[in-house]
Design a protein around this ligand. Structure first.
Ligand code: FE2
Length: 385
């Protein structure tokens, strides 16, 4: 038996944003509160959305101060702003951070409490206000997931909060919103999406439904991401990466991520490396270590990506996959933790703790080859240089 959780109403494709008023009406929603960040406000996108809504006789409120790695304080400020009006849903407009903020505010607005009461192992299935996700990056898949991550700034703890209440009711997936993303952000968020798809495909919790989405996403992102990085205005490439990121989001939300994400989160928490970038630093070496756990699945990835001809046997396909991932990192200028400038003594001091935190996240247990604490430390050492 497989349980599947997916957004109910989706508008996907160039110009999908214009469908926001119609989607709200279909869902019976009429008073949205928009959470976004200063960049989106300055770029004019927030104005565009509010004008679009006003033209359809939908009055909206807005909080334009969401922060990267959303904190408890920023969530509280957004919630206070929402409470100054009367709203029936929350729109997250922007990258992963405004969407994550919107998810938490939607739950707190209905149920009260604080983010720390809602972190796992608590599971928040009882719905809050309906959530509408409008991503402006192609990678996090947050528009399709049942999780949000809020940072307790007092302890630096990244609190994972999970449950059906965080799944967006409406997802507006419009690649035109990603046309202005800079190269580094395009590469990092795109590799995050590729990692979601690959990890969902090799996950112990994969199912035929998530396999189909994951393989479609792997093929799309692998081909289109270098083009989107080289030629940011290429609409075809942007469309493929956005579509792939959404497919990958639905896949990993229902099959889970694995060891790369498990090891990536502690790097983000301790060294403030962007999520997509720390995944990118890890993906080739973690794949090299993991292939023996699911050789035929990794080989299928290599064939779907077009790295090897379809008749290539599994072992050779896996070897070629790892080589291609290393080469892709070079092509996209992905640094190692060392060349990125992280402090080596601190890295070494934190290895034991980071390995503990990686294991505690539960993601490594879904990996096709499950590492011990010592093996995770060895892997962190391996990716350092
Ligand atoms: Fe991710």
């Amino acid at each position: 038996m497989t349980a599947l959780y997916l957004p109910s109403l989706v508008r996907i494709g160039g110009g999908a944003l214009n469908e926001l008023p119609a989607a709200l009406k279909q869902a019976g929603l009429s008073a949205p509160f928009i959470i976004t960040d200063g960049f989106m406000a300055k770029s004019g996108l927030l104005d565009r959305v509010q004008t679009l809504l006003a033209e359809a006789d939908i009055q909206s409120g807005a909080f334009p101060d969401a922060v990267p790695d959303p904190t408890v304080t920023s969530v509280e400020a957004a919630l206070a702003a929402l409470k100054r009006g009367v709203y029936d849903c929350v729109i997250g407009l922007g990258g992963g951070s405004p969407i994550d903020t919107a998810k938490m505010v939607a739950v707190l607005a209905k149920h009260g409490g604080t983010p720390s009461h809602l972190k796992v192992p608590h599971v928040q299935d009882e719905a809050g206000l309906p959530i509408i996700a409008i991503p402006t990056t192609a990678g996090t898949g947050s528009e399709a997931t049942r999780v949000t991550v809020i940072t307790d700034e007092k302890t630096d703890e990244k609190m994972l909060c999970a449950g059906y209440a965080y799944l967006p009711h409406i997802a507006i997936v419009d690649y035109e919103l990603t046309l202005t993303m800079p190269r580094r952000l395009t590469a990092d968020t795109g590799i995050d999406a590729l990692t979601h798809a690959m990890e969902a495909y090799v996950s112990k919790r994969a199912s035929p439904f998530t396999d189909a989405l994951a393989l479609a996403a792997i093929k799309r992102i692998w081909h289109a991401l270098p083009i989107a990085c080289k030629d940011p205005s290429c609409r075809e490439a942007r469309e493929q990466v956005m579509q792939g990121a959404f497919e990958a989001g639905m896949a990993f939300s229902n099959a889970s991520v694995a060891l790369v994400h498990g090891m990536s989160r502690p790097i983000g928490a301790h060294f403030h490396v962007a999520h997509g970038l720390s995944n990118a630093m890890l993906l080739p070496e973690i794949t090299a270590w993991s292939v023996t756990g699911a050789q035929s699945r990794y080989a299928t990835c290599a064939r779907v990506m077009g790295i090897v001809p379809s008749e290539t046997e599994d072992g050779a396909a896996c070897t070629a996959l790892v080589a291609a991932l290393r080469e892709r990192n070079r092509e996209l200028d992905v640094p190692s933790p060392s060349s990125y400038g992280l402090q080596e003594s601190r890295w070494n001091d934190l290895l034991t703790l980071m390995a503990e935190q990686a294991l505690a996240s539960g993601s490594p247990a879904n990996n096709p080859r499950v590492p011990s604490h010592t093996e995770i430390i060895d892997l962190y050492r391996k990716v350092w240089a």
